[in-house]
Design a binder for this molecule. Structure first.
Ligand code: KG4
Ligand code: ZN
Length: 335
């Protein structure tokens, strides 16, 4: 199921990264991301600032993607863009740009769901999973277990009942006084710490669903209790706290993933989304794969956090079905 020489420009603008990629002849020729640093001083993404930064970045980012791939606008067969979910103002910038370009070039427009694109990033490079493929999709806004029976048949069998795991990382980091986004910093500190030093309770939730808000609250109470007797407790024990908190988050993720993989009898198992850049998640999946005899799929770092290469592969699958979007399609904050 491949077609040669299809050239797609893909655009991703769902949150705070402006990204463009070129897919050509079954591979990615360029994958450009402009990160927005304006949010760091506010401790989180400020939606209005994100849309303004997308407006400034989108022309240079698309231009850079075309130049790096050495592709002319006139050669493009389609434009793919993220239609949902995400920050509505950010989605509208990428969507408006993609629509105008598709109209001006008179080529098809392809709308892509951002979370499905995270999962489909596994099908960009070899080795690719075979179907059915189980994907633990973990980002700043989502935590889910999906079964991909084909690129067009994706079922969610478990999801978070409250916070996403990325949120639990970021909010936990904030409680520890670390700057936004705290996930990568907790990961870095945890490498130097002892994951068994402090005990955080693993949530007991039925089925394949997750819950992370209780873990975050237990970290808050733990900090409050210990700083009452020692105001320097966090600073003095930062690496061990990060390692122990991360250990609990990752343990909860893998308990549910293992349960689901066994229940559905699936042995092709992967991770996707921003939190799949986490080193404990990556090494943990390798270890689980060996233990349970799974083929595991761990994305390249450039495909973990938000990027347009994943929008391009998802767009390509839709192109194969000639599943095009009308120019009147609306972006949506929710899936
Ligand atoms: O997929 P993504 O880039 O954006 C969304 O679609 O949400 O995911 C961003 C999330 C943030 O919560 C960030 O803290 C987390 O991924 N993240 C990490 C790491 N790198 C990114 N969390 C833990 N460890 C990391 N190394
Ligand atoms: Zn994402």
């Amino acid at each position: 199921m491949t077609r040669e020489n299809i050239k797609i420009l893909a655009i991703e603008s769902s949150c705070d990264d402006t990204a463009a990629a070129i897919w050509c002849n079954n591979k990615i020729l360029s994958n450009i991301v402009a990160n927005q640093h304006v949010h760091e001083q506010y401790g989180g993404v400020v939606p209005e600032l994100a849309s303004r930064a997308h407006q400034q970045n989108i022309v240079p980012v698309v231009d850079a993607a075309l130049k790096k791939a050495n592709i002319q606008l006139s050669e493009l067969d389609a434009i793919a863009f993220t239609v949902s979910p995400g920050l509505i103002g950010s989605l509208l910038v990428g969507g408006g740009f993609a629509k105008s370009m598709a109209m001006a070039l008179n080529i098809p427009l392809i709308s892509v769901n951002h979370m499905e694109a995270h999962m489909l990033a596994h099908f960009i490079d070899e080795p690719k999973p075979t179907f059915p493929f189980m994907c633990l999709t973990i980002s700043g806004g989502h935590t889910m277990i999906n079964i991909l029976r084909s690129p067009y048949n994706i079922e969610t069998v478990g999801q978070t009942l409250d916070d996403a795991v990325g949120e639990a990382f970021d909010k936990g980091a904030k409680l520890l006084g670390l700057p936004y986004p705290g996930g990568p910093l907790i990961d870095k500190m945890a490498k130097e710490g002892d994951p068994k030093r402090f005990d955080f309770p693993i949530p007991a939730i039925a089925g394949f669903d997750f819950s992370f808000s209780g873990l975050k609250t237990s970290l808050l109470y733990f900090i409050q209790k210990n700083t009452a007797s020692n105001p320097n407790f966090v600073v003095e024990n930062l690496t061990d706290i990060c390692a122990s908190y991360q250990h609990a988050l990752v343990k909860h993720l893998f308990a549910k993933l293992t349960k689901a993989a066994h229940h559905y009898g699936i042995k092709q198992v992967g991770i996707a989304g921003g939190v799949s850049a986490n080193s404990a998640v990556r090494s943990g999946l390798e270890a689980l794969g060996k233990k349970h005899n799974w083929e595991v799929y761990i994305p390249d770092f450039s495909y973990c956090t938000d990027n347009a290469a994943m929008i391009a592969i998802a767009g390509y699958f839709k192109y194969l079905k000639q599943d095009f979007a009308p120019l009147t399609i609306s972006s949506s904050a929710r899936s």
